[in-house]
Design a protein around this ligand. Structure first.
Ligand code: ASP
Length: 448
């Protein structure tokens, strides 16, 4: 069994939906196809929900109308057969009426989740109708019948596996199963979701529970690149990468993959192939356990980082100090990305600043506090621990003119991170690119 996940852009237009169908048809054997909502739709639904939250029903209805218009245009162009066209229109009207009903009811968190779920429900229905029209034998299976999270929002893999296997068994002679990414049921059996960008996670969970041969994540870029192509010229796509390195990159800025999504695949040792819907012939990137080690695999940057420094002479030779600091962050449900310590100070970074003022207030009891905003973490991923002679020297040499606020290495063998001003980020990415990778594209050797 293969699991293929297509993101929002891949199902974002009639032309792209057709491309996805061609890709799915061209891959032999049984497969579960996980789809996101059409690009922009979940944002639109989020906007509708936010408007209803503040009781702005009028504007919410206008947004629903915009969505209806978008769907009608797609349906008009996608189907050639009258029957499919009719069925798709009925489905869309039903969906839009549902949104209008939600707009009339009293807003609750549950309504918010129901609204957000509609994007994936529509995209999968449209796709199933399209495959039917193409005479492909496929079955639409609802993620709401098997995707289950517990009271902490964690997927319940055993339950999901059991339910999914029952659902699959009800369909004979079907090779293509289509289902929704992102949506699930919570412990109260209500419709819920795996958080924004969660469709990758769905694919990885499904891949893990069915012990898939491979999970393929189809996006609009040909795999993970060795550097950020938005800021650096001549980046190239990485052919293979280990789970650990991919996890570091996904967390520290490589937008191609939802960071959490790698975990179930990694735990069950299922290779994940990142592919480009618009360039299916490109090899893409294979994330797997046997990736040949390489000192430096890739560089990524994560913005909107805030650093907090806690300076206290009470820390000198004391124990239990860090515990107290961590407790403050735990209380405020704020996770820490990077941390460095000296005898009298601790510096750490966060990316969620919603509780910053309260955190600073609580930390003031421990010493003097300094806060710096507008920073970026630059993550260098690779098998750095192998420590081939000169690697760290080339990193530091490349950055000799850049002020560095923090350095973190040794937490994981696969990551060396720097904290720099966001205004220096593009320069840093380019300097590291020139210093660490051979200039020629498609050549993954390192210049040391
Ligand atoms: N449609 C959801 C979102 O935009 C989930 C996903 O596409 O991964 O966040």
């Amino acid at each position: 069994m293969l699991v293929l996940k297509f993101g929002g852009t891949s199902v974002g237009s009639v032309e792209n939906i057709r491309k996805v169908a061609t890709i799915v048809e061209g891959i032999s054997g049984p497969k579960i196809v996980v789809l996101s909502a059409m690009s922009g739709v979940t944002n639109g639904l989020q906007k509708i929900s936010n408007l209803l939250r503040v009781e702005n029903v009028q504007e919410a209805k206008a947004e629903i109308e915009l969505l209806h218009h978008k769907y009608k245009e797609v349906v008009q162009e996608l189907y050639e057969d009258n029957d499919s066209f009719y069925k798709a229109n009925v489905m869309i009207s039903y969906n839009i009426n549902l949104l209008l009903d939600y707009a009339k009811s009293d807003f609750t968190e549950n309504i918010d989740k129901l609204i957000l779920a509609q994007g994936e429900l529509v995209s999968t229905n449209l796709f199933q109708l399209y495959l039917e029209e193409q005479n492909l034998s496929s079955a639409l299976i609802s993620a709401l019948d098997f995707m289950q999270i517990d009271a902490h929002g964690e997927p319940q893999l055993d339950v999901i596996g059991e339910r999914l296997s029952k659902v699959l068994k009800t369909h004979n002679k079907v090779d293509i199963f289509i289902t929704q990414g992102f949506i699930c049921r919570n412990k109260n059996n209500e419709v819920d979701n795996l958080k924004r960008g969660g469709s990758d996670y769905t694919a990885s969970i499904i891949g893990a529970v069915v012990q898939a041969n491979q999970i393929q994540i189809w996006t609009d870029i040909d795999g993970m690149h060795n550097n950020d192509p938005r800021f650096v010229e001549n980046t190239f796509s990485i052919e293979e990468i280990s789970f650990d390195e991919a996890a570091e990159l996904a967390y520290f800025g490589a937008k191609i993959l939802h960071p959490q999504s790698i975990i179930p695949a990694k735990e069950k040792n299922i290779p994940v192939l990142l592919k480009n819907t618009f360039k299916p012939e490109a090899k893409g990137t294979l994330i797997h356990t046997n990736a040949k080690p390489q000192n430096i695999r890739a560089i990524a940057a994560k913005d909107n980082i805030t650093a907090i420094k806690i300076k206290s002479y009470r820390m000198l030779m004391a124990y239990g100090f860090l515990k107290k600091i961590f407790e403050v962050f735990e209380q405020h449900k704020t996770s820490i990305d990077m941390i460095t310590t000296s005898e009298v100070a601790v510096s750490l970074t966060i990316d969620n600043t919603t509780r910053l003022d309260a955190i600073v207030q609580d930390l003031e009891g421990f010493g003097s506090i300094e806060v710096d905003a507008d920073l970026s973490i630059i993550c260098i991923a690779g098998d750095i621990a192998q420590n081939r002679k000169g690697i760290t020297a080339s990193i530091f040499k490349s950055l000799e003119d850049i002020p560095i606020r923090m350095i973190s290495y040794g937490g994981s063998n696969y990551n060396l991170s720097f904290l720099v001003k966001t205004s220096d980020k593009i320069a840093v990415l380019n300097l590291l690119n020139n210093g660490l990778f051979a200039r020629k594209p498609n050549e993954q050797s390192i210049q040391v």
